[in-house]
Structure formats: structure tokens, C-alpha cells
Design a protein around this ligand. Structure first.
Ligand code: SF4
Length: 497
């Protein structure tokens, strides 16, 4: 896989409880709306009240499902998931929803957005208790599902109330058995999760944009530390932890769709406001403000508004190229950034440019971008970034890079400027970013910028994306993972295309 040079989204989750509706199609459209959150694998589980069926595969939502597959997924409850791998590699086994049956025959399908930080501890506990996992799977979500299914003496709801307080990290969950749709969110509410109402049912989704696409009205957010259950008796809510909100500030910067609302604040409006504040903090004399499309666009609009410098489009994005699963040939690979962005030379030539982007991870993209703009005739290139320097890795569900790979991890602002070859470089300050979100600082996670991790992290060798793939030597040495073998019958209801 190519090195990551932009924040990679985590996952998107969707759930529906809607008798009389084609729930698989609701889930399909819901996942389509949040496809940006995960483009490696997709899956939908449905229940008709007597059995749960899961269909999942590697690929985009549109590649995994077709009309006939969706028509065969009949029922009134659905759980959907689109995945970018934040724990475990990209394989069919790691695609979600995950699936287990209990010894009493109840089925569980689960979709997870976020990343746990005590996966090793949970895997060890599962192994010690003789709880089996799915062969080939190496995700925190899979371990969670195994533990949930391991209490046949309890209802799924009661088992969840017991399990949830033992999970540490970020988790926005949708899960289901034959009769009930569940949703739960970690006590910090790091990743978003919202509840919507249909005329004949309920919807749960990662972002409000997924409610809009299925015609559901926004009801409220799933609260941090809450478990919701929806079945024929209606909606029940239980608290399993005292909420300590620490929503991810990066959702506002880059991750969420611009037409999504988080904690009552529109993401697009936030990004435009960040751009205005960026212009006040880092003014420059220039002829034209251009965005790095698409994610830099709202902040560039705000920068232009505030500075009075005209806004224009100087780069055209090859919108679907990042979503192809065909490896580029060597000739195409050598094009580098031109594979993604094409300059509008007539617009750029002879201009002093302000280029607005959302973040700098390794700096390779911006370096290539600055060079491309100069080659296209730009007189000056001033880079403005609508987030502070990313200095720390995220352990709560975003795949940036390791600290050593983050360009701002080892260089000051002028060092990064020199490294990318810009005439000047300005990042918005954390205080101004937070002010633009209109959320109190105390309710946000900003660990990738300031290193203050709101959920305690275990030691370095018990954490990370490949923690269940042999990287975590401590756990492997004790043989815990070997015992996470295939659960009998676990794949029976999971359809492999
Ligand atoms: S570390 Fe950064 S990306 Fe990760 S949850 Fe916190 S703010 Fe979001």
C-alpha cells in the first residue's frame, strides 16, 4: 500500500429498524452517503426477525452490492458498515459487520467506527476465557463481537451493558440480533453517531448526511456512554458510563462531510470560519486564493472573504482516481500528484498564490503541489493550513502516520516551509480552530495537535493498527491469539460473494 500522506478516515456505520421498508436499500444509500469514511470494504447485515444474514466484501459500496444482492437481503432490521482499516489489515475477514452466534443460537452482527486502545487486553481476556474469534480476523471489532456473544446466560442487551464499560478507546457501534437494533457510543463520544426518525422506524448513522439521504429527520446524537435498543416495544436508552465528551476536532477540519452537523454546528460553516481566522492570523499580499480541492475549499472561501483577495479554482481534482482498486502502471505512478490534481495553467500563470489545504501529514503532497504550481507559472506560493501542525498520531480511529513520519513531528514551521518549498507557510492556531467549532475546548479531543490524549493509552507495544497481527509481541508470546480460533458455525450466515 502507498504511504499515507493524508488523514485516512476511519469507518462509517449505519443502522435501521423499519418494518415495511426495504432496509437493505436504506443501508445501501446510507452507506453511500458516508462512503468517504471508509473505502476499503463494505457490508450489510439484515434480520427478518428469525435469522440474521451478512453480506460483505472488499471494495466500495457500489462495487460490493448490486440490485439482486440487495433484493435477497430481506428483513426489517439492518446494520451497515464501510471500512478503512484502523486495526488489522484490509481483508475479507476483517470487513464488517462482524458476525457471531451464541451457544443458544442468537446471532449478532456488529459495525464499529473508532479504535479501541485496550484491544490486546480484551483479546487476552477472550483467550483466557476460551472465547473463540473468527479465523483470519484481526480487528478490535471482532474481539468485541466475540466477547458480546460469549454470554449466552444474558440477553444481548444485558451482555452489552456488561461489556461496554470494559472497552477503552473510541467506539461508535451499531449492532443487532434477530429482533433488536442497538447503538452505543464510548463515554468520550470521540466519533460521531446520530439518531434519526423515519415515518415507520428509526435510523442510526455516523453523520447527519446519511439521515438526509434516506429521508430521516435528525432526532439527537447518541449520547456518550449511552446504549440505545430499538425493537417492537419502541426505543429504550440506558447509561453505562458517565459522559465525558471529547469529540474529535478533526471531524470538523477534514473527516466529516461539509453538509453534516456535529453537536449542532454545521461542518461547512465551521470550515469557512476557520479560513477567516486563518486569514487574520496569517495575512499575506497575493493575487489569488485557491483551495486544494475538495477538502480545502470552504477554508479557502473563508480566507478569501476575510482577506479581500479574489478566490479562484487553480486545481482540478481527478475525483475518482483515489477510489480505484486498479494499481497504476509505473508510468502513471511517476505522475505523482498529477494523478490526483491537474493545474489550470491559465489561472495560475504570473500570480502570487495563496493555497489553502486542510492539513499536512508527511508533507510529500504539499511539496509536489508547490513544485507543480511553480512549474505552471506561479510567481509566489503561500501555503495556508486550516489545522495546526499534526505532531502526534491518533489512536482513536484515524490513520495519519507514526510520529517519526509526521513532518511537523520533527520540524518547526519554518522547517516545514523549507521542506515543502513554499514562500511562506501559516497554520491556524489551535485556539482559533476550536473557536471556529463553537464547542468548549474541554469537550474536544485535539491530541494529534497538542499530544494530550483524553483516553489513557497503554504501553507502546500494546497499541496500534496491527496490534493483533503479531506486532504485539507480549500477547503473542503468551499464546493468547492462537486460541482465538474460528467459532463453530460463525460464518454460516455470512455470505462471501
Ligand atoms: S487525536 Fe486527532 S484525529 Fe484522533 S480523535 Fe483526537 S482530534 Fe481526532
Amino acid at each position: 500500500m502507498e504511504p499515507v500522506d493524508e488523514p485516512r478516515e476511519e469507518c462509517g456505520v449505519f443502522g435501521a429498524w423499519a418494518p415495511g421498508e426495504e432496509v437493505a436499500k436504506l443501508a445501501y444509500y446510507g452507506l453511500y452517503a458516508i462512503q468517504h469514511r471508509g473505502q476499503e470494504a463494505a457490508g450489510i447485515a439484515v434480520s427478518d426477525g428469525s435469522s440474521v444474514v451478512v453480506y460483505k466484501d472488499i471494495g466500495l459500496v457500489s462495487q460490493v452490492f448490486d440490485e439482486s444482492t440487495l433484493s435477497s437481503l430481506r428483513g426489517h432490521i439492518a446494520v451497515g458498515h464501510c471500512r478503512y482499516s484502523t486495526t488489522g489489515g484490509n481483508s475479507w475477514e476483517n470487513a464488517q459487520p462482524t458476525f457471531r452466534t451464541t451457544t443458544t443460537g442468537t446471532s449478532i452482527a456488529l459495525g464499529h467506527n473508532g479504535n479501541l486502545v485496550n484491544t490486546s487486553e480484551l483479546a487476552k481476556r477472550a483467550a483466557n476465557e476460551g472465547i473463540k474469534g473468527l479465523s483470519g480476523a484481526s480487528t478490535d471489532s471482532d474481539v468485541m463481537t466475540s466477547l458480546l456473544a460469549a454470554r449466552p446466560d444474558l440477553s444481548i442487551e444485558a451482555a452489552a451493558m456488561e461489556l461496554l464499560p470494559t472497552l477503552r478507546g473510541a467506539f461508535s457501534l451499531v449492532f443487532m440480533d434477530e429482533h433488536t437494533l442497538y447503538a452505543a457510543r464510548d463515554a468520550q463520544g470521540v466519533r460521531p453517531l446520530v439518531l434519526g426518525r423515519l415515518e415507520r422506524g428509526w435510523v442510526i448513522a455516523s453523520e447527519t448526511a446519511a439521515l438526509d439521504i434516506v429521508g430521516a429527520s435528525f432526532v439527537r446524537e447518541v449520547e456518550p456512554g449511552e446504549l440505545i435498543a430499538i425493537d417492537a416495544d419502541g426505543l429504550r436508552s440506558q447509561r453505562w458510563a458517565v459522559p465525558e465528551p471529547k469529540g474529535c476536532v478533526f471531524e470538523y477540519v477534514y473527516l466529516a462531510r461539509p453538509d453534516t452537523t456535529i453537536s449542532g454546528r454545521g461542518v461547512h460553516a465551521t470550515r469557512v470560519e476557520i479560513g477567516r481566522r486563518l486569514a487574520r492570523e496569517h495575512p499575506v499580499e497575493a493575487d489569488l486564493v485557491i483551495p486544494t480541492p475538495e477538502s480545502g475549499t470552504p477554508a479557502a472561501i473563508g480566507y478569501a472573504e476575510e482577506s479581500g483577495i479574489p478566490y479562484g479554482q487553480g486545481l482540478v481534482k481527478n475525483a475518482y482516481v483515489g477510489r480505484t482498486f486498479i494499481q497504476p502502471s509505473q508510468t502513471i505512478r511517476q505522475l505523482g500528484i498529477r494523478l490526483k490534481l491537474n493545474p489550470l495553467r491559465d489561472v495560475i500563470r504570473g500570480k502570487r498564490l495563496v493555497v489553502v489545504d486542510d492539513s499536512i501529514v508527511r508533507g510529500n503532497t504539499q511539496r509536489a503541489l508547490v513544485r507543480m504550481l511553480r512549474e505552471s507559472g506561479a510567481l509566489e506560493v503561500h501555503v495556508r493550513i486550516s489545522s495546526p501542525p499534526v505532531k502526534w498520531p491518533c489512536f482513536y480511529g484515524i490513520d495519519f502516520a507514526s510520529r517519526a513520519e509526521l513532518v511537523a513531528g520533527g520540524l518547526d514551521v519554518d522547517g516545514v516551509r523549507a521542506s515543502i518549498g513554499a514562500d511562506s507557510l501559516g497554520y491556524v492556531s489551535l485556539d482559533q480552530l476550536i473557536a471556529a467549532t463553537e464547542q468548549p475546548k474541554s469537550r474536544l479531543c485535539a491530541a494529534c495537535f497538542d499530544g494530550n490524549y483524553p483516553i489513557e493509552l497503554p504501553s507502546a507495544d500494546l497499541i496500534g493498527k496491527h496490534v493483533l497481527e503479531g506486532v504485539s509481541r507480549k500477547v503473542d508470546a503468551e499464546g493468547a491469539l492462537e486460541r482465538l480460533d474460528q467459532a463453530a458455525g460463525a460464518e454460516d450466515a455470512v455470505r462471501r460473494p
